[in-house]
Design a protein around this ligand. Structure first.
Ligand code: G4P
Length: 279
């Protein structure tokens, strides 16, 4: 399966990211709790080498909570501060400020001891497209931010939003590019909707997801779609369409409709809370 990402777009994104990172003390990186590694850009470690780091496992409402705990341990063992969040419902957002304070405490105490004037710490939210950056920023700020940068001819200056007296947030998130030299990573990004569907074969994607779910969450497809999981992924997929009544006028399975509905239901959590990769 051929999954593409646009290199031109990526160069610009990288440059912006470098400029923005230089302005902040803390990089809060959002990853998708259903695919914490595949949705993480490995280059962030180099880009944010001298910065304090926070990882937010977002969309935790859609992920398998037992596996989310394993991921929390995995990242904590590697020295990261972790927050799990459901930005859509506003869960976990309150933990961000205390976590940032904690992360900055040592530096602030050192500056205080030297009698230096304290300026607010600055944080940016970063992550790959669709991981929930805007949703989280709006939650954190408590309102929707206006996008002045969208007006032609208006050079947008960096805007800082005060979260508390000692913490400021960069109002535009840092956009990271997904990285998928490995096909399995590309597929997981596609399953969860991180990569645009129109650059993908929807039907093939749905069949591949069927195969993954039978392996990782046996029983999940049979209980929702009344299909036998003993069959091949392709046959299971066809049966999902048949059982849902998605047929063309000629009585064939309407594959595109089946694939669209199936992927939407998976992405919307209708098949249950599912995590597609393990530490
Ligand atoms: P981005 O800035 O990183 O590109 O992502 P954005 O906030 O636009 O969020 C992308 C989609 O993910 C949105 O759904 C948003 O509602 C959803 N989302 C963000 N955080 C969470 C979360 O913690 N849990 C769940 N379940 N969903 C989350 P959408 O369908 O594109 O828009 P909408 O119809 O929800 O408004």
């Amino acid at each position: 399966m051929d999954i593409q990402w646009y290199p031109g777009h990526m160069t610009k994104t990288r440059r912006m990211m470098e400029e923005n990172i230089a302005l902040v003390d803390i990089v809060a990186e959002l990853v998708d709790a259903r695919i914490p590694l595949s949705s993480k850009n490995p280059d962030i470690d180099k880009l944010a080498a001298n910065k304090k780091r926070l990882i937010i496992l977002n969309k935790a409402d859609l992920a398998d909570s037992r596996k989310t705990e394993l991921w929390r341990e995995y990242f904590e063992d590697r020295g990261f501060r972790i927050i799990t969040a459901d930005s859509k419902a506003g869960k976990g957002i309150k933990e961000i400020y205390p976590a940032c304070r904690e992360i900055m405490r040592e530096k602030i105490e050192r500056l205080k001891a030297r009698g230096r004037i304290l300026v607010p710490s600055r944080v940016m939210i970063a992550g790959i497209p669709n991981v929930g950056k805007s949703t989280l920023i709006n939650r954190l700020v408590g309102r929707s931010l206006t996008k002045t940068g969208d007006k032609p001819g208006v050079t947008r200056s960096k805007q800082w939003v005060k979260i508390k007296k000692d913490l400021e947030l960069l109002d535009t998130p840092g956009i990271l590019w997904p990285k998928f030299d490995d096909e399995a990573v590309g597929l997981r990004l596609a399953f969860t909707g991180a990569i645009n569907d129109d650059i993908l074969e929807k039907n093939e994607l749905a069949v591949r997801l069927t195969g993954e779910l039978v392996k990782l969450y046996p029983g999940c497809l049979s209980s929702r779609y009344w299909v036998s999981e003993e069959l091949s992924p392709h046959e299971i997929f066809e049966n999902i369409g048949k059982n849902r009544g998605f047929l063309t006028k000629g009585g064939e399975i309407d594959s595109l409709r089946t694939a669209s509905v199936f992927l939407d239901e998976f992405r919307g959590g209708k098949l249950g809370r599912i995590t597609l990769e393990m530490p």
